[in-house]
Ligand binder design. Structure first.
Ligand code: HEM
Length: 495
């Protein structure tokens, strides 16, 4: 080899740079991560994937926290994640260090499709602006107030009518409950409701359900672990992306039509309010009220507002079928306090048992078990460990909702977790199904109102029971959210 040959020289330089980069990179990594939380030793390329109980991931987390404490590290592929377990630790991070833990981790699948727009998977200043807008607009359109209470009451009537049409025969309640709940958020987003048979609504719910399943599937884990490799196998990504694109097309068509009729003095929906803000926004290097943010934000709220609340309601009905004596007690309280009039939020304070049952449905149902992934906004020292800016953090909600130090019988459905000896409702600080802190659920007030109103109306009108001979299985389907397995129910009208 001629060492004066220009190609050899060039190759030697590249090789030196590569070695230097490897050495420097590793050295730097060692410096950054020298006081990182402990955890199981990762294998090259796959990290700790082999130790996971895929059917019961929480069992693995539980064992790891027993061994390493309430702050530990796991490796998914090459990615490090810090897991926080137990009420005290999760609260310490999300409430006492609220700013430091308020960033959303960049999950490759969502980031590739949504590009950081909207609110749920957005970051930095864009997230702050979109979150502020979301909270204030949801409030303006009646979240937590009489306007929305009336809307939910009307929708409950439609739901009851629809369920009545089955005349006590078995049916699958998935799409119907989805549709009733979807209509509440849709009325805020676009200003009208859909019929339960509306082809557009059915299609939107179908693609959302499909994406929720895909996002919680092993393919999604694979994509998020090896995004660079997985981009070469576009099948899975394409299905998820096409579904999102279809939903966004519908949203774009809706707001393009609204743009033409927009009246600043008569804003009828969140889309109208966004479009007004868009007109008012001053030109500058950073624009927030863009069409991209509008499309993703409306999609975020539609998905977050429908899927979670309807899944919780379906858990509620399934658990009532499983525990008929609890269902009976709720119905007795409804008879005593509401009678045959329409349930209203104001009744809740006089219904401690029903309130406790709804809380227990949310605790036991544990529908967002892993929370959404957070990240640190800056370098932070937490409980003696150093977490550099950008560290992925999982504040594990299961470990809080099933925390033995806060719930007497965490593995059981036990409404007494929220009752004192005299039957009064008691709060429990570890009840955080909506998470806590700066990133906590933006629709909590709306969801709580929907759960109380729909649940009481349904139990006022029907007794729910399993079809004759059917087994009731309350093991969850593991996905992005944990939902009941597909099942049939019988709604027996109450006279
Ligand atoms: C039972 C119903 C619901 C449950 C259990 C639930 C739970 C959650 C959880 C655990 C998070 C993640 C919090 C975190 O990152 O720390 C979240 C985020 C969010 N939820 Fe909900 N949610 C529910 C209903 C709703 C509804 C009805 C809406 C819409 C109006 C909504 C809108 C959102 C939004 C926008 C976020 C993202 C917040 C952010 O990143 O700043 N949710 N929710």
């Amino acid at each position: 080899m001629n060492i004066t040959d220009p190609i050899t020289i060039l190759l030697s330089i590249i090789l030196c740079l590569f070695v230097a980069f490897l050495f420097y990179g590793r050295k730097n990594k060692r410096n950054i991560y020298h006081n990182f939380p402990p955890g199981p030793k990762p294998l090259p390329f796959i990290g700790n994937m082999l130790i996971f109980n895929t059917k019961k991931p929480y069992e693995t987390f539980k064992q790891l926290s027993q061994k390493y404490g309430s702050v530990f590290t796991i490796h998914i592929g090459e990615e490090k994640m810090v897991v926080l377990t137990g009420y005290e630790t999760v609260k310490d991070a999300l409430v006492n260090h609220a700013d430091e833990f308020s960033e959303r981790a960049k999950v490759p699948l969502f980031h590739d499709i949504l590009k950081g727009h909207g609110v749920v998977f957005s970051h930095g200043e864009n997230w702050k602006v979109m979150r502020r807008f979301t909270l204030s607009t949801l409030r303006d359109f009646g979240m937590g107030r009489k306007t929305i209470e009336n809307r939910i009451s009307e929708e409950s009537d439609c739901l009851v009518k629809h369920i009545n049409s089955y005349k006590g025969k078995p049916f699958d309640n998935n799409m119907i409950i989805n549709a009733a709940v979807a209509n509440i958020i849709v009325s805020i987003l676009i200003g009208h409701r859909f019929d339960y048979e509306d082809a557009k609504l059915l299609r939107l719910m179908k693609i959302i359900n499909e994406n929720m399943k895909l996002a919680g599937s092993p393919m999604s884990l694979l994509y998020n672990t090896y995004p660079t490799v997985m981009r070469w196998f576009p099948g899975f990504y394409k299905t998820v992306a096409n579904n999102v694109e279809e939903m966004q097309r519908f949203i774009s068509e809706t707001f393009t039509a609204r743009k033409k009729q927009l009246d600043v003095n008569d804003q009828r929906s969140l889309i109208d309010t966004f479009l007004v803000k868009q007109q008012e926004e001053k030109p500058g290097p950073e624009l927030y009220f863009t069409n991209e943010n509008l499309k993703v934000l409306v999609g975020d709220l539609f998905v977050a507002g429908m899927e979670t609340t309807s899944t919780t309601l379906r858990w509620g009905l399934l658990l009532m079928m499983k525990y008929p004596e609890i269902q009976r007690k709720v119905q007795n309280e409804i008879e005593n306090i509401i009678g045959s009039s329409e349930p209203q939020v104001i009744h809740r304070k006089d219904m401690p048992y029903t309130d406790a049952v709804i809380h227990e449905i949310q605790r036991f149902g544990n529908i967002v078990p892993n929370n959404l992934p957070h990240a640190t906004t800056q370098d932070v020292t937490f409980r003696g460990y150093f977490l550099p800016k950008g560290t992925q953090v999982i504040p594990l909600l299961t470990s809080v909702l099933y925390d033995e130090n806060h719930f007497e019988k965490p593995e059981e459905f036990y409404p007494e977790h929220f009752l004192d000896a005299s039957g009064n409702f008691v709060k429990n600080e570890a009840f955080i199904p909506f998470s806590v802190g700066k990133r906590s659920c933006a629709g909590e007030t709306l969801a709580k109102m929907e759960l109380f109103m729909f649940f009481t109306r349904l139990l006022q009108k029907f007794t729910f029971q399993a079809p004759p001979g059917a087994e009731l299985d309350i093991t969850p389907v593991i996905g992005l959210t944990w939902s009941p397995k597909s099942h049939m129910i019988c709604a027996m009208p109450r006279t």
